[in-house]
Design a protein. Sequence first.
Lengths: 248, 248
Amino acid sequence: MLNERSLTVSQDCAECPIRHRAVCARCESDELERLEEIKYYRKFEAGQTVIWSGDRMDFVGSVVSGIATLTQTMEDGRTQMVGLLLPSDFVGRPGRASAAYDVVATTDLVMCCFRKSPFEEMMRQTPHIAQRLLEMTLDELDAAREWMLVLGRKTAREKIASLLSIIARRDASINMRTATGTLVFDLPLTREAMADYLGLTLETVSRQISALKKDGVIELEGKRHVTIPDMARLLDEAGDDSDGGMFA
Amino acid sequence: MLNERSLTVSQDCAECPIRHRAVCARCESDELERLEEIKYYRKFEAGQTVIWSGDRMDFVGSVVSGIATLTQTMEDGRTQMVGLLLPSDFVGRPGRASAAYDVVATTDLVMCCFRKSPFEEMMRQTPHIAQRLLEMTLDELDAAREWMLVLGRKTAREKIASLLSIIARRDASINMRTATGTLVFDLPLTREAMADYLGLTLETVSRQISALKKDGVIELEGKRHVTIPDMARLLDEAGDDSDGGMFA
DNA sequence: CGTGATTTTGAAGTCTTTCAACACGCGTGG
DNA sequence: CCACGCGTGTTGAAAGACTTCAAAATCACG
């Protein structure tokens, strides 16, 4: 269960699926060449822990494919997800010695890693990397603040609707479709992971999903395959301004 | 009530109380000189709104003295605080046209402002500023994630204890004392602001403060003056590992 | 087709909110 | 000097939302 298989997969940055969104997005070709020298790929299986909170962090990296979660756990076992890491998202904090959160692979996961000190050195020499990392960090901070509103002030039903709309939106964005009208996607999270995301119990998550289904806000095939017949309706249930969400 | 009085207070960066912590912390003296050319001070009275969410942001800046809050509001009036801005904290996002949150002065407030485009230009030319801003943004992201655990998983009593310990700690840090043993400080927030911070109602905040007082975890003189006889006890009530909090 | 993980559903219990009334502190003005 | 009004804070009682505990249903998979 805990055998950490780490395979090396050589690959060209120019062909990388996250080339234009990751921390390297602004790099010129000569900068990419230098990154290629220090990068290496690691694979993790669904359910595997990538990093334990408190461990020494000797690498940073980007999610290439798959999904990972960032979670905090209290001594008594209560856990709260504090980040949902999708392809192109950055893991780790330059300048910090040990990990502040658990990172767990939710699906099979491929990461593009850099040993920490060469990456930090590269950051000092390459403003493009630091610039992009700042931009990404500001985006994450905005997302975290949006999430704080969800956690602090929304009802269970609104929380579920919010999470579904976030997933629907990013799914549309990855597949280059518009996030309006009818949308279809697979939930990448278990009920328990959704509960940890939203500060609920898994039973409440299940009940609210059933309620949204009964009310026709969503349709389900199996447990994970979701159809949103009317995105505006879902956004309304989430308590958001239904401005359509003009984000990248 | 809404007369926005903005006074200009000329002042020397070298003497600035937030010189070593703000976005300019890493700047050399020649860089400071250039910043001095584009900076200006603005004062706000307690209660005044500094920026309305959605407004065009034509400046960014640092809190010099006083306290401000960052809040989000839903259409029906529910509000969630998403940031507590203390001296040296940065306001505004380079590269963004309009404000995403309301910024409100909780106490009388002095800000050191920069018009946005000159500041953005300066950021491009001055890696020290971008570096420092990245560092500060990463710190804020960590704080937001800690806050998410509080919002999502802690009980009302733990939430209050968490907030009190955060304020106690930063107060000790500003006054250069250790955050252990007995601590004394004034609450900079009303019960309602605390409720907005913690995702509670102001009644629940009041009840839990009374309960902590009854149990001897805190002592009160008036409504705002707090004594913590035993910081470790408070941290325990907050549900945190009582590791003493080794932060700057 | 059985086994374990995941999910759903029910019933009771708990915590927080809601609604309401009252107390306190403070500045204004009679 | 004291009454009044207003913002802020406290407290009580009832209602409500979510959790907890328990059991059954469904799904994935060998």
